[in-house]
Design a protein around this ligand. Structure first.
Ligand code: ADP
Ligand code: MG
Length: 262
């Protein structure tokens, strides 16, 4: 079986990409899926948040992109059964320039991840906060893009830039790429601006916007310093409930698709 590869992307920093990768990944794993997170951000927040210490990061996603090391060899176990991560290191920050020098510069990650015999059901790529060559590699490798959208002013303007890039990738290197969905993050229902952004997003993007909204929840921001997903750190927190619900929506969408394709 081929893994379903999903980029978690938004060129804005601090909108909840890494939090979504870790916790959606954990929620899918807890539903019995085998999940690999690919930490494609040189900051390495997903690696730290899942407790992969620096000394367990001798080989990293850099070796997946530019070396010849296989995903299976690079994947590290996490505290969650069925959840694995390929960590990132700071040398990833030089990868952009090195990829630029390659004639198949946008294909590296795709070539590394597209194996028929992959043991994973889901691969979630935690993208850097930019539309650089690393992110393009992620889009070319993916079947879908999941966009965390922080409900704030200008959120939708940033989204149109991202959608342009998606269209470009679709017309050049990956015709199958589609939007998996948009998830509103750090949502505060007492905040009028949040409600306005939600209305506008649902009006213009319709079903692409997940029903589930991720609330602003302090437990979500505490969990990484305990090196675990919020689903382990505080399973009954509002953040944990929300990410479990997002996982259900993602799974339901995929099951419907499978039925539609029979
Ligand atoms: P990105 O990967 O897009 O840069 P992060 O997931 O790292 O964003 O989130 C940025 C910061 O906000 C982190 O400190 C994270 O712990 C915190 N955070 C993310 N989502 C939430 C949330 N729903 N509630 C509270 N804090 C959050
Ligand atoms: Mg991040």
């Amino acid at each position: 079986m081929k893994a379903r590869i999903i980029s978690i992307a938004n060129q804005k920093g601090g909108v909840g990409k890494t939090t979504t990768a870790i916790n959606l990944g954990a929620a899918l794993a807890m539903r019995g899926k085998r999940v690999l997170i690919v930490d494609l951000d040189p900051q390495g927040n997903a690696s730290t948040g899942l407790g992969v210490e620096r000394d367990r990061r001798v080989q990293s996603v850099y070796d997946l992109l530019l070396g010849d090391v296989s995903a299976a060899k690079l994947a590290r176990e996490t505290a969650v059964d069925g959840l694995f991560i390929i960590p990132s290191t700071m040398d990833l920050s030089s990868a952009d320039g090195e990829l630029m020098a390659s004639s198949r510069r946008v294909m590296h990650l795709r070539n590394a991840l597209h194996h028929r015999d992959t043991p994973y059901d889901y691969v979630l790529i935690d993208c850097p906060p930019s539309l650089n060559l690393l992110t393009i590699n992620a889009f070319v490798a993916s079947s879908g893009i999941l966009v965390p959208l922080q409900a704030e002013f200008f959120a939708l303007e940033g989204l149109s830039q991202l959608l342009l890039t998606v269209r470009e990738v679709r017309s050049t290197a990956n015709a199958d790429l589609r939007l998996e969905g948009i998830v509103l993050t750090m949502f505060d229902r007492r905040n009028n601006l949040c409600l306005q952004v939600e209305d506008e997003a649902r009006e213009t993007l319709g079903d692409l916007v997940f029903e589930t909204k991720i609330p602003r929840n302090v437990r979500l921001s505490e969990a990484p310093s305990h090196a675990m997903p919020v689903l382990n750190y505080d399973p009954s927190s509002r953040g944990a409930v929300a990410y479990r619900s997002l996982a259900s929506e993602v799974l339901a969408r995929h099951e419907q698709e499978l039925v539609a394709n029979v």
